[in-house]
Design a protein around this ligand. Structure first.
Ligand SMILES: [Ca+2]
Ligand SMILES: [Ca+2]
Ligand SMILES: [Ca+2]
Length: 237
């Protein structure tokens, strides 16, 4: 085998193998292992079907809540997500008093499809001037999922209203590390902290590559051996 063929072989093998050694993939998107893989802040819990809503996949789901002494302040939430000051109140839902959050960073490729199931629950009246809301953070961009002006249904849970589960889908725009975050907050007005509780349920968070699946190690071996075989054949002929 001459040096050109060796280099060609190595470059082809590296093209096939490198995608297998990217940074970590999204893990535990269904919360079947509790909050393993997630960074949490504030009052969060793992629920089963005993909660009265969900899970939408498997046996467990996550619930972020606006109750309890561990809740984060507005500035703590913004630094948790590395959001500039003013971002959360700038969403237009009202002034954030306190809340809870989770996040995870994982490797993603442009064109991958991120999806998750969410349900916003509240004991506020709907709508309410104490306009509690839930939001998602997609690589530094905060987007409101629901607030007390959303469409609500009766709930079998200990809350008074829920939006029901909905599936959110997002196309990853660029290849690299991607940070996904979720949060639910109490909104206050002067003289009223608005600490009537709300929550965000989450489950079934998935990252799917639509058309070009990463080859399994067995496929890589097969490709490599057939390439060697091809070169052997060419040498003989
Ligand atoms: Ca689950
Ligand atoms: Ca609260
Ligand atoms: Ca509230």
């Amino acid at each position: 085998m001459n040096i050109k063929r060796i280099l060609l072989f190595l470059s082809i093998i590296s093209l096939v193998v490198i995608p297998l050694h990217q940074a970590e993939a999204l893990v535990n998107g269904g919360f079947e292992s509790g909050f393993t893989g997630w960074t949490t802040a504030g009052d969060v819990t793992i629920d089963t079907s005993l909660f009265g809503s969900g899970p939408t996949a498997g046996l467990q789901e996550a619930r972020l809540k606006t109750n309890g002494p561990t809740e984060q302040t507005l500035s703590q939430l913004q630094s948790f997500f590395s959001l500039p000051a003013g971002t959360l109140n700038g969403l237009g839902n009202g002034n954030v008093d306190e809340g809870s959050a989770i996040k995870q960073t994982f490797a993603a490729n442009a064109g991958d499809v991120l999806s998750f199931d969410w349900n916003f629950l509240t004991r506020q009246t709907t709508p309410d001037v104490l306009n509690d809301f839930a939001y998602v953070v997609l690589n530094g961009q905060a987007i409101t999922l629901a607030n007390t002006h959303s469409t609500f249904f009766p709930t079998a849970t200990t809350y008074f209203h829920e939006t029901h589960f909905q599936t959110y889908t997002y196309n990853i725009p660029t290849t690299g590390n991607f940070t996904l975050g979720f949060s639910v907050v109490d909104v206050g007005i002067p003289g009223n902290h608005g600490r009537i509780i709300s929550a965000l349920e989450l489950d079934n968070i998935q990252l799917v590559t639509p058309s070009s699946p990463v080859p399994e190690p067995a496929t890589v071996l097969l490709l490599g051996s057939s390439f060697l075989g091809m070169m052997g054949f060419r040498r003989k002929s």
